[in-house]
Design a protein around this ligand. Structure first.
Ligand code: 0PR
Length: 368
């Protein structure tokens, strides 16, 4: 702690200096987050001090959280869905598995079946919850092999996970087949749609991935990714309205006497921001955003292939991957690399068509 405080000018010139070290979004092609929409920023500022951890003090903000869950319930074909706003995909995935484990508390050595492509948040979830993680191999298209998943289910399996929009290759697992398997085995089936949940419904030909499929128990979706909200904004959606009550613990001195959330103090600002974007754009507006991102993804793939850099996969959502030498990427572009060393570019809303053209032109001219 400084002995004496700093003047506002000094403080904010220090902050400005630090902020200038952050990268310019114009060159960020590696991120699943994006610049927040202007209505998200406005809503976030408006709800800055709100705490959903004590909802009785903020009933208005709390009703916005309900509305957000309602919007996702409607979007995911389950108008009576339950759920709550989380800090993102990691928390949603942890909580989904926590619920699955609680529902089968009699199982002494519980395991969960996840695709090999599952986000690393499932490793965290399994560590915390004492679950054994069984990884299902992928097929040639980087999708979870449903047949192999079925073979791996045993008496100790408390949940199965499918991913709708994988982090690395942007694929949607065969959720319909997996849902049938889950249904046959009466198994908890969590769909991680942290990325794809705000893409797939808006595609011209959406693949089934949500509660329209009988076997799906819970869905994770992140407004702070394609939902253009401020960070941190996630949502865990449950088919059964009151499913999460199983996780309730007593909170005697709060305005509510029980809670099932993972966090205690929870920000209302990003929840308002997430709802602001959804209600401002509506279905048609989101469809236009997603359509732009998908067009840019296709253009990027076509442009790279013209330069002799082949795709590594044909993605279901706006994540493009390539077989490319790491030395071919000129600065200051920021890209990422998959575990299999494929170049990975996420065509988020801030990655406009002119940025794709600028990248293609730079990579075309550049030879390390
Ligand atoms: N599930 C999936 C399918 C994800 O892709 C991610 C994150 C998560 C869960 C976890 O979400 P939270 O990080 O919100 O808890 N996917 C990105 C990734 O790990 C997150 C990210 C975003 C990374 C922006 C970098 C970045 O600049 O790659």
């Amino acid at each position: 702690m400084l002995n004496k405080g700093r003047s506002v000018e000094e403080l904010f010139s220090f902050f400005a200096e630090k902020k200038s070290l952050d990268l310019d979004h114009d060159y960020i092609l590696s991120s699943m987050c994006t610049l927040p929409h202007s209505v998200a920023v406005r809503a976030h500022c408006m709800f800055m001090e709100t705490n959903l951890g004590d909802p009785g003090l903020f009933p208005g903000t709390f009703s916005l959280e309900h509305l957000l869950v309602k919007r996702f319930g409607d979007l995911f074909h389950c108008p009576d869905a339950g759920g709550y706003a989380t800090s993102g995909g990691t928390e949603s995935n942890i909580q989904a598995l926590r619920l699955a484990k609680a529902l089968r508390h009699e199982v002494a050595s519980p395991n969960v079946i996840v695709p090999a492509s599952a986000h690393f948040s499932f490793k965290k979830a399994c560590d915390i919850l004492g679950l054994s993680m069984q990884k299902v191999p992928l097929d040639r298209d980087h999708r979870m092999d449903a047949g192999k998943a079925a073979e791996m289910i045993d008496a100790n399996t408390v949940a199965m996970v499918g991913v709708a929009g994988t982090t690395e290759y942007g694929m949607v697992d065969p959720i319909a087949d997996l849902g049938k398997i889950a249904d046959q085995h009466d198994l908890f089936f969590h769909v991680d749609a942290a990325f794809g949940g705000m893409v797939i419904p808006f595609l011209d030909r959406p693949v089934p991935f949500d509660f329209a499929l009988k076997g799906v128990t819970t869905v994770a979706v992140d407004p702070h990714k394609m939902g253009m909200s401020t960070i941190p904004a996630g949502c865990l959606v449950t088919r059964e309205k009151d499913a999460l009550n199983t996780l309730n613990i007593d909170t005697p001195y709060l305005t509510v006497k029980q809670e099932y959330t993972l966090g205690g103090t929870r920000p209302g600002a990003p929840v308002a921001a997430a709802l602001a974007v959804m209600d401002y754009l509506g279905f048609d507006g989101m469809k236009a955003v997603v359509s732009g991102c998908m067009k840019n993804t296709e253009r990027l793939i076509a442009g790279m292939e013209t330069l002799g850099i082949p795709r590594a996969a044909t993605p279901d959502v706006n994540v493009a991957t390539f077989v490319c030498d790491q030395k071919r990427i000129p600065l200051p572009w920021r890209v990422s690399w998959t575990c299999q060393k494929h170049l990975r570019i996420v065509c988020m809303p801030h990655v406009h068509a002119d940025r794709i053209e600028a990248f293609l032109s730079d990579i075309g001219e550049y030879h390390a």
